[in-house]
Design a protein around this ligand. Structure first.
Ligand code: FDA
Length: 393
């Protein structure tokens, strides 16, 4: 005979644990099944080890989905302030790093501890190192054959996350289950991920490696003003991670190195004021000096500004305000923070995350086709979708 619960949740990550505690506090008997050795491993590595756990400015406009309106209901009912209140109740010190981005002052572990404490107080059972082999349905719910025996519940919540960082326990199991129940999957791809460059370009940019520079990057109608980091492998930093979610193979990025300036006007003024200055020296007033030096070398701007012809100046201005660069690809799921695409939200209730034609089956968190921008929005979706399902299971 299978062991019976009211609710079984697959995945002890951000969304699964939030859902578990919410359902447990409602008096539901909840089991969370996790195949990794420990819960919340991705939370632990998030935000550089300090978990950017929410964003006070999060709105539905910060999310990508094939069905953009889907996330509104859950996000409206569980807001960043709700999660912040929980964080403060647990006495976790936090700080706002960039506008609205809240991080733990000490360690991401505090967020995992918060979730596990809440789950414990809510009477939830969490079973780690347990794999699910099959899920069978009957009139009374869902029966799971697992490495720890059979379990049955009237409600099953799939909170397996996406495909990013397989070494942290990511699997495609959530998508497999969705397919088993006939749900569509919006094609998945790596998001919030560094770009790779063709060997020749990588070599050319090598002198810039390790330098961070504030830019505005654009692609496919989206624009982000954030720092860019040139690495030995390619391009990273918040600007590149953000735009990667909108980039398609073959697309060029437009990188504005002087986002606050009309470069043409600026160069003309610089030539008038400092005719003997090199472009590198002039640019060094606006950009990190090492970057200005290496970038000017790369562009072959060696002469003093007074030797720049009108055509040279126009071309240099175009490069400064819209450096066109085509990445070779991305680092893929190996280093991506998130997976774009996922379970088609048209199959789900936006209020409860329950599958329309499959009573008792729910999908939450990253496995669903809702992906946030960088900056705490992805955890906010995990919390909000977890609470929405936790109130309904
Ligand atoms: P999550 O991945 O958290 O949990 C899924 C769980 O299911 C995992 O524990 C996994 O082991 C388990 N699982 C998978 N397959 C299973 C199976 N077959 N059986 C049983 N269990 C299974 N976001 C943000 O807002 N702020 C930030 O600072 C960061 N930083 C960040 C850094 C890095 C390096 C990464 C990779 C990601 C981030 N993110 C982030 C994104 C954030 O981590 C992500 O959006 C959430 O963790 C998604 O929560 P889920 O609960 O949906 O999946």
């Amino acid at each position: 005979m299978p062991t019976t619960y009211d609710v079984i949740i697959i995945g002890a990550g951000a969304a699964g644990l939030m859902c578990a505690a919410t359902a447990g506090y409602r008096g539901r008997r909840v089991l969370v099944i996790e195949h990794a050795r420990r819960p919340g491993r991705k939370i632990l590595m998030s935000g550089g080890g300090r978990c950017n756990f929410t964003n006070l400015n999060s709105t539905p406009a910060n999310f990508l989905s094939d069905n953009p309106g889907f996330c509104i209901s859950a996000l409206k009912r569980y807001t960043p302030e709700h999660f912040l209140e929980l964080v403060e109740r647990h006495g976790i010190e936090h700080e706002e790093k960039a506008a609205g981005q809240l991080f733990c002052q000490d360690s991401s572990r505090e967020i995992v501890d918060l979730l596990m404490t809440e789950a414990e107080w809510a009477g939830v059972d969490v079973m780690t190192r347990t794999t699910v082999a099959t899920v069978a349905t009957s009139d009374s719910g869902y029966t799971l054959a697992t490495s720890a025996g059979e379990f049955h519940a009237e409600a099953l919540v799939v909170a397996c996350g996406g495909l990013s960082i397989p070494t942290m326990g990511a699997t495609g199991f959530g998508y497999e289950l969705a397919r088993q129940f006939g749900l569509d999957i919006i094609p998945t791809r790596a998001g919030l991920v560094p770009f790779t460059l063709a060997p020749e370009l990588r070599e050319q940019l090598a002198p810039l490696a390790g330098i961070s520079c504030p830019v505005a990057v654009s692609c496919n109608g989206e624009r982000f003003r954030e720092p860019m980091l040139v690495t030995h492998k390619g391009l990273s930093g918040p600007a590149m991670l953000q735009i990667s979610s909108f980039w398609e193979p073959g697309d060029a990025l437009g990188i504005d190195l002087l986002p606050d300036q009309d470069a043409s006007q600026w160069l003309t003024e610089q030539r008038q004021k400092h005719p003997n200055r090199s472009a590198a020296r002039a640019l060094g007033e606006e950009l990190p000096k090492r970057f200005a030096q290496a970038f000017s070398e790369l562009q072959g701007w060696r002469e003093p500004l007074q030797h720049f012809s009108r055509a040279d100046l126009t071309q240099a201005a175009q490069t400064l305000n819209g450096w066109q660069l085509t990445p070779a690809g991305t680092e893929g799921y190996r280093t991506a923070e998130v997976t774009l695409g996922g379970v088609d939200t048209r199959s789900l209730s936006s209020k409860t995350m329950e599958v329309h034609d499959q009573p008792g089956l729910f999908f939450i968190g990253e496995v669903v086709d809702v992906t946030g921008h960088l900056g705490g929005h992805n955890f906010q979706w995990a919390w909000a979708s977890g609470v929405a399902a936790g109130q309904a299971v």
